[in-house]
Design a protein around this ligand. Sequence first.
Ligand code: KDO
Length: 327
Amino acid sequence: NSAKRWIAGTTLLASILFTQSTLAAPEKLRLSAATSPTDQRAIAMTEIFGKEIQDITTFEPHWNAALFKQGTELEAMARGNLDMTISSAQQISEFFPEFSIFTAGYVMQDAGHQQRVFNADFMTPLKEKVEDELGVKLLSVMYLGRRQVNLRTDEEIQTPEDLKGIKLRMPGTESWQFLGNSLGANATPMPFSEVYTGLQTGAIDGQDNPLPTDRDAKFYEVTKQIVLTSHLVDFNYIAISKSTWDKFSSEEQVRIQKAADDAAESARQKQLALEDSLVQFFKDKGLKVYEPNLDAFRTHVQNEYLQSDLSKSWPKGMLEKINALGT
Ligand code: KDO
């Protein structure tokens, strides 16, 4: 709560200073994210987002968490030190716990469902809260993919019980750790940049990510199997700091919004196509790739969430509204 009050104070101060200064479009938009430059999200941001707005401002992305450590980007934006990031509901739920509803296993169904939820009326107050209290504007939703369990161990996994004692690396927030534990594993926090070495040395037994990320980060070199749990249909928000956004004219804002939507759409199509084609790629690399007992995983994970404190922070009726937008 003190973090929240601090953020609100900083945002207020920034907006007072801002209204006293003259409007001028920023010369550059600096983005920092843990994403690798060969990831489809990074490619779309550079080749579509950056190019579409190049006559307005220079898009300057810093990938591989080169500028800010994974998980510190939103705070950097709230302080006025960073213009953009590709954020996640898991990161935002550190400030606003109700966002953990989007991080729960087996809630989001597919890429289309994500878009319908992001554009739904019930999202408006949540987006406004992030804008007003954190000073961060969520422009668009970018599909990351179905997260799968990827292990360096060999034993077959069929049910959550089979993951007992497995040290499963998950990113560092509470909602991520909860997801890993709800799968039946022992969730272990670790930044994305350390996962390859963690798998290589055995500091962790496994990690979870969508197939395109597993290929991109070469996790297949240091693991033996991918269990197709599809436990989270994951996404990122293309996010811009509100103080940066307010420096653009309304015509420029329309162009920036469109560029973000176009980049998200392109990345979504490419990521979906990759996910379909990559099972064979990993099999060719010698990994076992198979579906476990999905009913067992779904039932176990959903029960864990419904009994948890996390789900107490979900706005009343929101889960039903999200489900109603599914198939
Ligand atoms: C990860 O750390 O496992 C994760 O997949 C979490 C996502 O929210 C996203 O930040 C992603 O990493 C990075 O973009 C690296 O691909």
